[in-house]
Design a protein around this ligand. Structure first.
Ligand code: SF4
Length: 120
């Protein structure tokens, strides 16, 4: 292996900087999870297990007994991004992050914080 190439550039502020440019560092291969599931599969399983236990994955609250779903809740938010729709909950325990971990499903049973959407 040779020495890394050094490139010099001038910033918009007029500073001259040098950076070493080399081949990309190799990352260690990801270790497979003990359960053999991908991260997405594990998240889905965790959400399904939480629902089966009578708790809502988003808020951690008990499931509402009256058959409503997150899609009909006033706390449900739908965001369009790159022709996809992401469903979030204003009360999610993780906040409204850009992670799929904070997504909700419109068909999930509602939690006890359910608030009926007002219709115009
Ligand atoms: S029912 Fe409403 S408050 Fe409860 S998790 Fe679903 S969207 Fe959020």
């Amino acid at each position: 292996m040779g020495r890394p190439e050094v490139r010099t550039y001038t910033t918009l502020g007029g500073e001259v900087r040098s950076v070493a440019v080399g081949p990309p560092k190799r990352r260690a291969p990801k270790k497979p999870r003990a359960d053999g599931l991908s991260a997405t599969q594990a998240l889905t399983k965790r959400n399904n297990d939480t629902l089966a236990a009578g708790r809502h994955p988003a808020t951690g609250l008990r499931l509402a007994p009256y058959g409503a779903t997150c899609g009909a809740c006033a706390h449900h938010q739908a965001y369009e991004y790159h022709s996809k729709t992401y469903h979030k909950c204003e009360l999610h325990r993780l906040g409204q992050s850009h992670s799929s971990a904070s997504d909700v499903r419109v068909g999930w049973p509602a939690c006890m914080a359910f608030k009926a959407e007002e219709r115009a």
